[in-house]
Each structure stands twice: as structure tokens, then as C-alpha cells.
Design a protein around this ligand. Sequence first.
Ligand SMILES: Nc1ncnc2c1ncn2[C@@H]1O[C@H](COP(=O)(O)OP(=O)(O)O)[C@@H](O)[C@H]1O
Ligand SMILES: O=C(O)C1=C[C@@H](OP(=O)(O)O)[C@@H](O)[C@H](O)C1
Ligand SMILES: [Mg+2]
Length: 172
Amino acid sequence: MKKIILLGYMGCGKSTIAHKLSEKTTIPFLDLDQYIEEKANLTIKELFEKHGEIYFRKLEHEAFVTLLEQKEAVILGLGGGTPCYANNHELLQRPDLVSVYLKASVATLFERLSKNKSKRPLIANLNDVELNEFIAKHLFDRSYYYNQAQYKVTVDDKTVAETVESIVALLA
Ligand SMILES: Nc1ncnc2c1ncn2[C@@H]1O[C@H](COP(=O)(O)OP(=O)(O)O)[C@@H](O)[C@H]1O
Ligand SMILES: O=C(O)C1=C[C@@H](OP(=O)(O)O)[C@@H](O)[C@H](O)C1
Ligand SMILES: [Mg+2]
């Protein structure tokens, strides 16, 4: 059984979908951010505040490599930046995994993130106008990495259950 890797911009639903896809498939799931938080005994927000983003990216890369080394099947929800740092996007090309980009529009991301900013240090202090502009630019910059995924599932206008069904269908 291959590992299933979910990637995409903050708020596209990686953590939510990994959890629900796990319930549907009975394949266990892991959230990379949650794994890092447990290992460091700090929240992502605290890691950024105390040690800075570069340190977080180092931990993120190490955690990603460690989890990819495990033999067991797993559904792994990445952080939004994971494929964009170190050589993480190259690791996505490994033959023992399936990668899925959960593709969301700027409008969908803005709607979700404007209500869920506080735990995301990159956007926590932005007002709505700044947030919209930030997402548009940042998503454009990161799309190159997200498009390295083997599969792409558009999530706009889909419920969680519909996105899960789309992933199940493409894995069948
Ligand atoms: N159809 C949907 N699919 C996924 N998430 C949704 C959907 N509609 C609303 N949401 C909300 O959007 C947010 C997605 O956040 P999360 O799963 O943490 O994404 P990520 O891990 O990609 O940052 C959650 O608050 C979730 O409840
Ligand atoms: O896009 C990013 O660089 C980040 C995304 C976050 O994960 P989510 O995409 O799950 O919010 C988390 O890893 C950190 O705040 C940095
Ligand atoms: Mg997440």
C-alpha cells in the first residue's frame, strides 16, 4: 500500500480531509504539523515565535523525511509550505507514495482563512485586504511546487465528503 500525501495551500483542507479520508479508508492518518508540535512540545505558532521560520522549516523537513521512511501505509497531511522548502518537492516523486494537490481558489482560501488565522503565523496579523492580497501572491509563487503532485483535486464548492469521494475515486 502506498503512502497518500495531501498537499496544497493553507486552508485547502489537508488536515480535515486527511482525517475524513482515514475514516473512510481505515488507513491511519498523520498531520505533519501535529507531528512536529508533538515532537517539539510547542505549537506551530510558538515554534515560529520562539525559533523563527527557518528553524520550523528544518524541523518540517526532518519530520517529513522520518515519516516517509516508515514502511506502513499512511495518509499524510502536509503543511502548506512543506513542498516549497528544502528538497521536499523532490521527495514527492518517490515511487512508494501517491501525492494529491487539493486545489482551491483564492476566494475559497480567503473565505476559510479569514475565519481561521490565529494559529497560522504567516497570516495571523493580516487584515482582510492584506490577507486577500497575500493569498493571491503566495499561492501564485507556490503553485509551481503544488503542481508537482501526481494528482489534482479541485476543492472549491465541494463538501468534505465530496472531496473524500474524489480522492477515493482517483485511488481506485
Ligand atoms: N468543504 C470543505 N473541505 C475542507 N475544509 C472545509 C470545507 N468547508 C469548510 N472547511 C473548513 O476549512 C478549514 C480547512 O482547514 P484545514 O483542514 O486545517 O486545512 P489545511 O490543513 O489545508 O490548512 C477548516 O476549518 C474546515 O472546517
Ligand atoms: O503554508 C505554510 O507555510 C504553513 C502552513 C501551515 O499548515 P496548514 O497548511 O495546515 O495551515 C503550517 O505548516 C505553518 O503555519 C506554515
Ligand atoms: Mg493543516
